[in-house]
Design a protein. Structure first.
Length: 550
């Protein structure tokens, strides 16, 4: 029995034999060139011969021993025909798209693309409209997008591709790739729903960027996911396990995922009714990705593949640990000589935590000052990575994971009276001085650039500071080691907190002060540890003080 299958250009049939082993009959479009036809046949034959480790359709020889034959269509045109093994299984959208399944999809793709490494054919060098390398061509479709906000979203995506990715294309690996791993091209083994039964549909294969294969698969697979970047990490890490990606490829991946979505949406615009719903998940995903900081998304993808989230992050951490004994004290007297106590922000039920979260800093401060007087505490400490419930404003909602909040502290806190001077532990250049006025924000905010010998440059952030620094410090101004940076701010100028310094390091020196995350998601704490490493040693505080504070 022959069952006709949906195919936009070619004739495609499932041949049901009743033996448990079915076949697919593929009748190529009569207008397909001979080069295109032989390319697809040669590609499938190569994958079968290379024992790729991923199931792909295997060609059945004709009675004359040929991989493809030519026949005449009812209209008298010559058509190429080939028969292939049928790979049973469900489409990706018919599953729950678990991270395990997406990881296995990445592994299947990695095996396939590794087997295609070195495979060449004249038909692979074709010019496809949807090739990621030529995304700029989609600008011609933008006037066909009726919604102004959606049109602007596509334009932003293409602008960024042209500015940041297009100049790098010549430095990225290229080879023959599948190019269109989408719902219909993935077969999931429903008897083992975390496993990939095979990959099919090679009609859009082309010689293009290797990382474009990963980007195209991610653009489809991570739709309708609560944590799309986490889903992309699972797929990408699986691919990397079988066919290692390079850091410069991962640095382009996030933007290429967005670009693939933009290409698909722009190409559909001339033929798509505005009320249709099948493109809604793609639009929703592109809108979500557009709201994410691309530096952070890229860091997450790099970390998933075993690289530093930021190039040089490991070197900065090691340098700070090795040179801890050389730093000037951040407060005077030296913090190691002060009596310390842990500030109870890690306890969600504590009075100080509750009042701080309720934006009642006077009550929280009164309790803290009383505690310090009773216990003779000179310095309050807040640890890096501590989980806190005081971050209650909408600003702390996760941009990456739906329904999650950022709750883990990515700096350290030093609580002392307002007006306490703080000093740079090493030579610096002022990067920025500003005021963040929103409640529970930083208030006075300063960033310094440090370029120590033998270490990649890094930035320190000084939050909840007095506003006096705005008039005193200027960008580009040098500061010697030990020089005053500023003063801990009053409640009225520090964002509405009990007076303290939030001290943080950023290994990404391109981030603006307001982009540096002071609080992060638990799911990506390992990434934040690379981007914003624990500055305890830089501040001159013995690490054991955090555990031993009372």
């Amino acid at each position: 029995m022959a069952i006709a299958l949906n195919s936009p250009q070619d004739g495609l049939f499932r041949l049901v034999t009743g033996t448990g082993r079915d076949w697919a009959l593929h009748i190529m479009n009569a207008h397909a060139s001979a080069t295109e036809c032989t390319f697809q046949t040669a590609l499938l034959h190569h994958l079968a011969s290379a024992a790729a480790g991923t199931a792909t359709p295997r060609l059945k020889l004709s009675m004359a021993g040929q991989l493809q034959v030519t026949t005449e269509s009812p209209t008298g045109e010559a058509c190429v025909v080939r028969m292939m093994s049928w790979i049973p299984g469900a489409a990706l959208s018919a599953t729950n798209k678990s991270l395990e399944l997406l990881g296995n999809l990445g592994r299947a793709m990695g095996n396939m693309d590794r087997a295609l490494q070195g495979f060449t054919h004249p038909g692979a060098l074709r010019d496809l409209p949807c090739d990621l390398r030529h995304a700029s061509r989609m600008r011609g479709h933008l006037p066909d997008v009726p919604d102004a906000a959606q049109r602007a979203l596509l334009e932003r995506t293409l602008n960024r591709f042209e500015a940041r990715i297009e100049p790098r294309i010549g430095h990225l690996r290229s080879q023959v790739i599948h190019h269109q791993i989408s719902d219909g091209q993935v077969r999931v083994d429903m008897s083992h729903p975390h496993d990939i039964a095979g990959l099919i549909g090679f009609d859009q294969s082309v010689h293009s960027l290797l990382i474009a294969d990963v980007a195209s698969a991610c653009a489809q697979a991570i739709q309708n996911m609560a944590d799309p970047i986490g889903a992309a990490c699972a797929l990408t890490a699986g691919f990397h396990e079988q066919y290692p990606l390079r850091p410069e490829e991962l640095d382009c991946l996030f933007d290429l995922i967005k670009t693939r979505l933009a290409i698909n949406l722009a190409a559909s615009a001339p033929h798509h009714h505005p009320a249709a719903t099948d493109l809604v998940p793609a639009w929703q995903l592109l809108q979500r990705l557009d709201g994410m900081n691309p530096r952070f998304a890229t860091a997450i993808l790099r970390k998933a593949c075993g690289f530093d989230a930021m190039e040089g992050a490991g070197e900065v951490r090691r340098w700070m640990a090795t040179h801890a004994h050389t730093f000037e004290p951040i407060v005077r007297p030296h913090p190691a000589r002060l009596t310390t106590a842990q500030v109870p922000y890690g306890d969600a039920q504590h009075y100080m935590t509750i009042e701080s979260a309720a934006q009642q800093p006077l009550k929280a401060t009164a309790w803290w000052e009383s505690y310090c007087a009773t216990h003779r505490v000179q310095l309050g400490l807040g640890a890096w990575g501590e989980k806190r419930t005081v971050y209650t404003s909408a600003a702390f909602e996760s941009r990456f994971i739906s329904g999650k909040r950022r709750m883990h502290h990515l700096g350290i806190d030093l609580f002392m009276p307002a007006g306490t001077a703080v000093h740079t532990p090493l030579a610096a250049t002022v990067r920025s001085v500003q005021i963040e006025p929103d409640p529970l924000d930083y208030g006075g905010l300063i960033t310094l650039l440090h370029e120590p010998k033998g270490c990649p440059p890094f930035v320190t952030l000084w939050g909840h500071m007095s506003h006096e620094a705005v008039a005193r410090l200027k960008p580009g101004q040098p500061l010697a080691a030990g020089e005053v940076v500023g003063y801990m701010g009053e409640i009225t100028e520090n964002g509405g907190w009990t007076p303290h310094l939030h001290f943080q390091v950023s290994t990404d020196i391109t981030l603006a002060a307001a982009e540096i995350l002071g609080v992060g998601e638990a799911e990506y704490l390992g990434v934040w540890a690379d981007l914003f490493p624990d500055p305890t040693s830089l501040a001159g505080i013995p690490a054991e003080r955090f555990a031993a504070s009372t």
